[in-house]
Ligand binder design. Structure first.
Ligand code: PA5
Length: 453
């Protein structure tokens, strides 16, 4: 992994940049942050131990994945937020956006039920051969309303076809607590555990991400090895030589001192675009608390150069761009391009297809540099399991470090919980009538300011 932070320094972007001197002077501060993280690794930051713990725990996942591969055609991941985004990240990065339709596909098709829009739920359930489908229900709390409703829709559909629930469902949830755990016992459903100390958005390297990954042929050993390698590197490295500490420090300094309160993860590959969505949750839910926080954006290169880039280059000075790209693109090929002899296309001929996206990646950086906007870039050799494992661990660690710098607890999400409780109240869940009253008190609007057209 190559991390380049030249373009946040005042040497390159002028007075709005950071000075290398202030970065060097922060060594003690960064060491203290690292120490704080180390001290909490057996409790709050337990997720950082997952690569090592899970390496010993993959045999049951692999056995179940093999059973699914041998007997089913479709695997549907059902979960919300952290109980789905990591799975999507692995799926799109390793197998690509057209995997389900690929003639080269050797493992079950993968689908995600990560919302409760009736049309999408109905279309998916009606289009799958349920006899050949496994639904992987993932919920740490065991009760998230969307996941519960999707579970009901699925079990209704399975029951209608007289299909045994324990053959078509696999659960991932808390080892003891929660309604899903209770259901697992009642219906004898195969169930994997989410460690109680691991929160949703930090769970991709647990059973949560590993099972669906293994089902679709992701090399989960290599993924965990990559993550473990990154963890070892962090342990050994000097904080001033470690991107895992420098990135959050840059985010922190630019936020606190230069008003840079938006961070955009600009991923130059379709496969990495879900990394952007996963990171968006990780950063927002971890560090957006107590009237502080940085707003994350997930931006896809080169596609979004034609939508949002104008704002990045000439809009307000409030954004840090974090570029990510592979050096080698998967399935690269040479373009004959024998359509016509014309200057509009001649420059694209006889080149590898990856040369254009690579050039766009560099061109955008030069344009940002010309307008003196801060950015960092991360390059990985290619999008494979080892690199992804490293990236996942890198981002989890750096967001925790950023939380420490901001003096925020990066592992809770009280705001999300409140929204969940109001939903229970509105929907009439037993025990939540107080939340319904609270909801009614806060949902008020003044008719004067509502326009009906
Ligand atoms: O990161 C988080 O904690 C959240 O995004 C949760 O993953 C999400 O709300 C789903 O919760 P649960 O897994 O309890 O269904």
């Amino acid at each position: 992994m190559k991390f380049n932070y030249s373009n946040v320094l005042n040497e390159l972007i002028g007075e709005n940049g950071l000075s290398i001197k202030e970065i060097k002077n922060s060594k003690t501060f960064l060491e203290k942050i690292k120490e704080n993280i180390e001290e909490k690794i057996d409790a709050d930051y337990y997720a950082l131990k997952l690569p090592f713990l899970m390496k010993q725990e993959t045999s049951e996942i692999k056995e179940t994945a093999k059973l699914v591969q041998d007997n089913f055609e479709n695997f549907v991941v059902v979960g919300m937020g952290g109980s789905s985004l990591g799975n999507e990240l692995l799926h799109f990065a390793i197998n690509g956006i057209h995997y389900n339709d690929s003639p080269l596909r050797k493992t079950p098709r993968i689908y995600f039920m990560d919302n409760v829009d009736p049309a999408s739920v109905k279309t998916l359930l009606n289009s799958l051969d349920l006899n050949r489908t496994v639904f992987n229900i993932i919920t740490k709390s065991g009760s998230t309303a969307e996941t519960m409703q999707n579970l009901l829709c699925i079990t209704d559909a399975l029951n209608k076809r007289h299909l045994p629930l324990n053959k078509h469902l696999i659960f991932i949830t808390d080892p003891e607590k929660g309604f899903l755990r209770k259901l697992a016992k009642e219906f004898s459903v195969k169930t994997f555990v989410i460690p109680p100390l691991v929160g949703g958005r930090y769970s991709v390297l647990s059973n949560v991400g590993l099972l669906s990954g293994a089902v679709e042929g992701v090399d989960i050993d290599a993924l965990l090895n990559g993550a473990a390698e990154q963890a070892e590197k962090i342990k050994e490295k000097d904080v001033l030589e470690d991107a895992t500490m420098l990135l959050p420090f840059i985010q922190y300094k630019l936020f606190k001192e230069k008003g840079v309160n938006i961070n955009a993860l600009f991923t130059y590959s379709d496969g990495l675009s879900y990394l952007g969505m996963w990171y968006r949750q990780l950063l927002a839910e971890s560090c957006g608390k107590r009237f502080t926080g940085i707003t994350p954006l997930a931006v896809k290169g080169s596609t979004d150069q034609h939508s949002i880039l104008q704002l990045f280059i000439e809009g307000p000075f409030d954004k840090l761009i974090i570029f990510i790209a592979p050096v080698r693109y998967k399935d690269d090929f040479n373009i004959d391009g024998n359509l016509a002899d014309d200057e509009h296309i001649n420059y694209l001929k006889h080149k590898n297809a990856s040369q254009l996206i690579r050039s766009e990646f560099l061109a955008t950086q030069a344009a940002l540099n010309k307008s003196k906007r801060p950015f960092v870039s991360i390059e990985i050799p290619e999008i494979d399991e080892v690199s992804l494992g490293k990236l996942i661990y890198f981002f989890e660690y750096e967001v925790i470090a950023l939380g420490e710098m901001l003096n925020i607890n990066p592992i809770n999400q009280p705001g999300v919980e409140l929204g969940k409780q109001y939903t229970y109240g509105i929907m009439g869940r037993e025990g939540f009538s107080e939340k319904k009253d609270e909801f009614t008190a806060f949902i008020k609007a003044n008719k004067k300011y509502i326009i009906e057209e």
